[in-house]
Design a protein around this ligand. Structure first.
Ligand code: KG4
Ligand code: ZN
Length: 338
């Protein structure tokens, strides 16, 4: 086929560009993380993020082209994140994509970043993923279960009623005095802690047993912290929180799998990097022999998932987007299931 897509990702604090061949073969995947820049603020500082994206976007695209050994004129499609994210950051990626599209006569397509997190497992695995698949998104902004009927065709199952699981990891890390981003820090610290020291409970959502809730768990952690000598208990609290957060994800997934047969399960989003989550899912869902994760470099925000998904959707008959497309900071889940 020899169809080349340039992917551009600037939803939050990573500036990323990638070249993907035929929606499947990653020729380059360049990511410039701003994590260090934001660490001293304990979270992403939007204005600083935008300024850094402006500085980085063109050099990162140049690097992606150079590593892949191609020129812009060989690119068949420009794929760019259109939702969700910081509006200023999204606009930088989108306007860069439009400018390159216009000046080089290349079609462009806006891609839902959350959908791309789900697509990462399809990109990472050589073998075709059997469908329908149960999709689980575990990211910093989203936590939901859905039925993947095909790429581009999804049915909502359940979602979080409050915080996303990644957000809960970040907030608990902050309470424990750990640096941002907190997810990997909790995972590291949990390795030396006792996951059963604290008997945190899985928060229930009365109106919907499949729905997730993480803010109650965060509050349980806060109360535990207030009662103990934090220095001595940090690792035990981190490990106990991680166990219950992961157990929540597993419990809801099991409920869905009990009622409806799926050919496979696909996990995506930043938290899917977590080894404890991966091992616990494999151990708890032995009946789902087809469990698909992205490789670690595709779990984090990256542009390969954007280029890959853009190609898949474009080749399915989407004509690409017009220059009137505007990015949307919120509503990604609604858009995905509409
Ligand atoms: O998918 P992502 O980039 O976020 C959105 O698109 O919204 O994921 C970022 C989230 C952060 O909350 C981060 O703390 C979490 O993923 N994360 C982890 C791990 N690595 C990243 N959480 C738990 N364990 C990890 N190893
Ligand atoms: Zn993301």
């Amino acid at each position: 086929m020899n169809f080349l897509s340039l992917g551009i990702e600037t939803t939050c604090d990573e500036t990323a560009a990638s070249i993907v061949l035929d929606g499947k073969v990653i020729l380059s995947n360049v990511i410039s993380s701003q994590a260090e820049l934001h660490a001293k603020y304990g979270g992403v500082f939007p204005e600083m993020a935008c300024r850094k994206h402006i500085d980085d976007i063109l050099p990162i695209i140049d690097e992606a082209l150079e590593v892949a050994g191609v020129t812009l004129d060989q690119i068949n499609l420009i794929s760019v994140s259109k939702t969700p994210g910081l509006i200023g950051a999204l606009l930088i990626g989108m306007n860069t994509a439009k400018a390159l599209s216009f000046s080089h006569g290349i079609p462009f397509i806006g891609v839902n970043h959350v959908e791309a997190h789900l697509y990462s497992a399809f990109l990472a695995n050589e073998e075709p993923i059997p469908l329908p698949a149960l999709g689980l998104v575990v990211s910093g902004g989203h936590t939901f279960l859905c039925k993947i009927e095909d790429i581009g065709s999804y049915k909502a199952i359940s979602s979080t009623v409050d915080d996303a699981v990644g957000e809960a990891f970040d907030k608990v890390a902050r309470m424990l005095g750990l640096p941002y981003p907190g997810g990997p820090e909790i995972e590291k610290l949990a390795k030396i802690g006792d996951p059963f020291k604290y008997d945190f409970s899985i928060p229930r959502v009365k109106s919907d047993p499949l729905a997730f809730s993480f803010s109650g768990l965060k509050t349980q952690v806060l109360y535990a912290i207030q009662k103990v000598d934090l220095g001595a208990e940090k690792a035990n609290i981190a490990a106990s929180f991680q166990r219950v957060a992961v157990q929540t994800l597993i419990e809801k997934s099991l409920r869905v799998l009990k009622d409806e047969p799926y050919q496979s399960m696909v996990i995506g989003g930043g938290v899917s990097q977590n080894r404890y989550l991966r091992e616990a899912l494999k151990a708890s869902l032995p009946e789902v022999s087809n469990l698909f994760f992205p490789t670690p470099n595709l779990c984090i925000d990256n542009a390969a998932m954007i280029a890959g998904l853009g190609t898949a959707l474009y080749q399915k008959g989407s004509k690409g987007d017009s220059y009137s497309l505007v990015p949307s900071p919120t509503g990604a889940e609604k858009i995905l299931f509409s």
